[in-house]
Design a protein around this ligand. Structure first.
Ligand code: SF4
Length: 688
C-alpha cells in the first residue's frame, strides 16, 4: 500500500516476546529503510495501539551498533577482540567444530539453545529441525511459560480461554500478576474501554504499585508468592456468603464439595497474615467478584514466577469456576491461547525425525549444565558446543554466576547468531549477524490474543545479515543433515505449514493480513465442557499428568509454602519485574530506552531504607547465598515493607560490578514441570 509518493505501508506483526503480538503497519522509506511503526487499527485486538518501544523500531533496525558481518574471536574469551570473516569461513568453522566434537563425544554434546527473541514460528523454531535431524541435545524451554501453563492446564485441561477483547464487555476486569502497561499495553486498551463505556472497575493484584496498579480502581498489594492464599480466601467468602454458583459447580466442576470443606479454614484473616493485605481489602474484593458475574480474570505470567507458581495460577483460576463467571460474555478468565492454532509443526521443527531417547536439557539450568552438573547432564556427555539464536542467557538466565563460569570455559565452542553485540555474543567464538523481523519472512500467533499473522519481509537484509532459517539451512548442508525443510524457502515452509494445519495458504494470509482463530463463545468459555476426560473443571488436579516432578504439591488450591521466605539473615523478598522500555534485554541497546530507564535501582520502602541506613540514590550491597551486587536505592513506598523490586532486565555491564540481578535468582527447577522462580528470592541489603 502506498501512503504518499515515497512511503509504502507494509502489514506485519510484532515478533517480540510479548503476549500482545500486535498487528503492525510499517512505513517503508526509500533507501531500504523503515520509518514509523504503527498498530493496525483494523485488527480487533491491536485496535491501533502499540507500545512506544516498537513504534520507534527504526531506531533499533538502523542502529549503528547492529552486527553487520560475521566475526571470529581472536583474543581470549570475552576480550572483545574480533576479526571480520566471510560467511563461508564462519559457517565452515562452526560445522568443523560441531563435527569434531560430535566425533569425540557423540551428538548430544552439541546443544542448540534458543528462545523467543523472535516469536516467528519459522525463524524461532527452525533450529529444532537441525537439532532433531542431528540428534543434538534437546531443550526443555522452561524459562517463561511452564509454571503458569501448568496451573492453567491443571484446572481447564486446555491452553485457551475467553476472548481477551471481551474485557471491553466486562463489569470488573481483574489484572492479576501482569504489569500490562509495561508488558502488553493492549490489555489496558480493552479494560479501559470497559471502564469508559460501562463504568467497569479495574482491579490489579500485584506486589507493587506499578504503572498498571496506578491506573486501577483497586490495587491489592500482595506479598510476592502469596496469591494462592488470596484466591483461597476469596473462594471461602464466596461459599460462606452464598455467592458461589452451585448450579454451575454441580454441572461443570469436579470435587467442589471437597473444595468447600477444604476452604473452611482459609478465612480472610488467615490470608491476611500470609499476603499482608487487610481483612477488609480481601472481603471487599471477594464481594465485588461474588456480586459481579461479568468479572474477567486476566491472569498473567508474573505471579507464576515463584516456586509455588503453578499452584497459585490454578488457585486464581479456580475463582471464576466457583463464581460461575465463565457463563457470561465479559466474564471468565484468560491466560494464553497456546493451543488455539492446531499447528502441524512437523516441517518447521523436523518432528518426523525426533528421537525421544535423545537427552533433553533444561533451558533455565544452563548454568549448572555448562558447569557440568551431573543431575542435569545425566549419563550423557558434557556440552562442548552450542549455537545460540534469539536469546541472551549471559543476562537473562537465572543463577548468573554459574552461567558466566560456564561460558568462560575454554573447551566450550559457542556460535551466537545475533542482531547486536549482546553479552552472550561477547562470549562467542563465532558471531553471525542476524536480520530483524522486517528483513525476513515469518508467521506469528498471538499468545495473549487470537490471531495468526503474516509478517513478510519489508526491506532487504542490512549489511551481511542473514535470517535464522538461512543460517540453519546453510549449516545443515555442511553437517550433512538431511531434511526437505532445509531445501525450502521460509515462505514455502509458511505456506505448507498453514495448509497442513488447516488454515488458508500463505497467499491468502498475505491478502487478509491475519486470521482470527478464536473458537466460538461456548468453546472459549468451556460451556461444552472442560478439556479433561470427564469434561469438568478440576479443583483437585492430578499434577502427575502435568509434569513429572509433582510430589508434595497440594491436592486442592492453597498457599503452598515452598517459597524462599524472608528470615533474619535475608529479610527482604526480591521481585525482578519488567521495565517499561525494555523487553527482556531486546531493547537495552536502543538509546531512547536506556535514557528513559536511567540505571538499575532497587525499589526500597522508606521503613526498610531507614533500617538499612540508606537514602535515595545511595549505593547498597544486596545479596544471598548465590552472591552479591551493588545497586542504587530508589525510595518507593508503593510496596509492602519487606518486598523489594528491581525492574529490568538490565545487562550485566549496567551494574557497578558488571553482574546483573539474576545473580541472586535460583535456577532450581520449580514443580511440576520446571521453570525458573524469577520473583522468588530472599536477600539481605547493607549499606555499601
Ligand atoms: S505491546 Fe508487545 S506485541 Fe505490541 S508492539 Fe509492543 S512489544 Fe510488540
Amino acid at each position: 500500500m502506498k501512503s504518499n509518493d515515497h512511503t509504502e505501508i507494509h502489514p506485519s506483526a510484532c515478533p517480540h516476546d510479548c503476549p500482545s503480538t500486535c498487528a503492525l503497519e510499517i512505513e517503508k522509506l526509500p533507501n531500504n529503510k523503515i520509518g514509523r511503526v504503527r498498530g493496525a487499527a483494523d485488527n480487533s485486538y491491536t485496535a491501533g495501539v502499540i507500545c512506544a518501544k516498537v513504534a520507534r523500531y527504526a531506531e533499533r533496525t538502523h542502529h549503528p551498533d547492529r552486527l553487520m558481518h560475521p566475526l571470529k574471536r581472536v583474543g581470549p574469551k570475552g576480550s572483545g577482540e574480533w576479526e571480520q570473516i566471510s560467511w563461508d569461513e564462519a559457517l565452515d568453522k562452526v560445522a568443523e567444530e560441531f563435527l569434531n566434537r560430535e566425533a569425540q563425544f557423540g551428538p548430544e554434546t552439541i546443544w542448540p539453545y534458543n528462545y523467543a527473541g523472535t516469536m516467528g514460528l519459522v525463524q524461532r523454531d527452525g533450529i529444532d529441525r537441525l537439532r532433531h535431524v542431528k540428534k543434538y541435545s534437546g531443550q526443555n524451554s522452561t524459562i517463561c511459560i511452564n509454571l503458569a501453563w501448568a496451573g492453567w492446564k491443571a484446572g481447564t485441561g486446555a491452553y485457551r480461554g475467553a476472548d481477551p477483547t471481551e474485557m471491553a464487555k466486562s463489569d470488573v476486569v481483574v489484572i492479576w500478576g501482569t504489569n500490562a502497561v509495561h508488558t502488553q499495553i493492549n490489555v489496558m486498551t480493552h479494560a479501559t474501554r470497559a471502564r469508559k463505556e460501562r463504568g467497569a472497575k479495574i482491579i490489579v493484584i500485584d506486589p507493587y504499585k506499578n504503572a498498571t496498579a496506578l491506573s486501577a480502581d483497586m490495587h491489592l498489594m500482595v506479598r510476592p508468592g502469596t496469591d494462592g492464599a488470596l484466591a483461597c480466601a476469596v473462594m471461602h467468602v464466596l461459599f460462606k456468603e452464598n455467592m458461589a454458583d452451585r448450579a454451575y459447580l454441580e454441572k461443570y466442576t469436579q470435587d467442589y464439595q471437597s473444595l468447600e470443606e477444604h476452604l473452611e479454614t482459609k478465612t480472610p484473616k488467615w490470608a491476611s497474615e500470609i499476603t499482608g493485605l487487610a481483612v477488609t481489602e480481601i472481603l471487599e474484593f471477594a464481594r465485588i467478584v461474588g456480586k459481579t458475574k461479568k468479572t474477567f480474570f486476566r491472569l498473567g505470567y508474573g505471579f507464576s514466577r515463584s516456586r509455588n507458581g503453578a499452584v497459585n495460577m490454578h488457585a486464581a483460576l479456580s475463582i471464576a469456576a466457583v463464581s460461575g463467571a465463565w457463563q457470561y460474555e465479559g466474564g471468565g478468565a484468560f491466560h494464553t491461547n497456546g493451543q488455539l492454532y492446531h499447528w502441524n509443526k512437523e516441517l518447521i521443527e523436523g518432528l518426523d525425525t525426533l528421537d525421544p531417547t535423545v537427552r533433553v536439557l533444561d533451558q533455565s539450568r544452563i548454568g549448572p549444565v555448562l558447569t557440568g552438573d551431573k543431575k542435569d547432564l545425566g549419563d550423557g556427555p558434557p556440552v562442548t558446543a552450542m549455537i545460540i539464536q534469539n536469546t541472551n542467557p549471559m543476562d537473562v538466565a537465572p543463577d548468573l554466576a554459574k552461567v558466566h563460569e560456564g561460558f568462560a570455559r575454554d573447551d566450550l565452542f559457542v556460535c551466537v547468531h545475533e542482531q547486536f553485540m549482546t553479552e552472550t555474543a561477547k562470549m562467542a567464538d563465532i558471531i553471525l549477524p542476524a536480520t530483524t523481523f522486517v528483513e525476513h519472512d515469518d508467521i506469528y500467533q498471538g499468545g495473549g490474543q487470537n490471531h495468526i499473522m503474516m509478517g513478510a519481509k519489508v526491506i532487504e537484509p542490512l549489511g551481511e545479515c542473514r535470517s535464522n532459517h538461512e543460517v540453519i539451512t546453510a549449516l545443515a548442508k555442511r553437517l550433512d543433515a538431511k531434511h526437505r525443510g532445509f531445501g525450502m524457502t521460509a515462505m514455502e515452509i509458511i505456506d505448507e505449514t498453514l495448509r497442513a494445519s488447516g488454515w488458508p495458504d500463505a497467499k491468502s494470509l498475505k491478502s487478509t493480513k491475519w486470521i482470527n482463530a478464536q473458537v466460538p463463545f461456548e468453546q472459549a468459555h468451556f460451556l461444552e465442557g472442560y478439556d479433561h476426560a470427564d469434561g469438568k473443571f478440576h479443583f483437585s488436579p492430578d499434577w502427575s499428568l502435568i509434569g513429572p516432578d509433582f510430589s508434595g504439591m497440594p491436592s486442592l488450591p492453597d498457599h503452598w509454602d515452598v517459597i524462599k521466605k524472608a528470615d533474619e539473615d535475608h529479610p527482604y523478598r526480591l521481585v525482578t519485574a519488567p521495565a517499561r522500555n525494555f523487553l527482556n534485554t531486546t531493547f537495552t541497546a536502543t538509546p531512547t530506552s536506556l535514557k528513559r530507564e536511567k540505571r538499575p535501582t532497587v525499589m526500597l520502602h522508606s521503613v526498610n531504607a531507614k533500617t538499612v541506613g540508606a537514602e535515595q540514590g545511595d549505593l547498597v550491597r544486596m545479596g544471598n547465598a548465590q552472591g552479591s551486587l551493588l545497586i542504587h536505592v530508589e525510595l518507593f513506598d508503593g510496596l509492602q515493607p519487606g518486598t523489594v523490586i528491581v525492574e529490568g532486565i538490565w545487562p550485566n555491564n549496567a551494574f557497578v560490578e558488571k553482574v546483573g540481578i539474576n545473580l541472586l535468582v535460583g535456577s532450581d527447577a520449580a514443580k511440576p514441570n520446571g521453570g525458573a522462580a524469577f520473583h522468588d528470592s530472599a536477600v539481605w541489603i547493607k549499606r555499601a
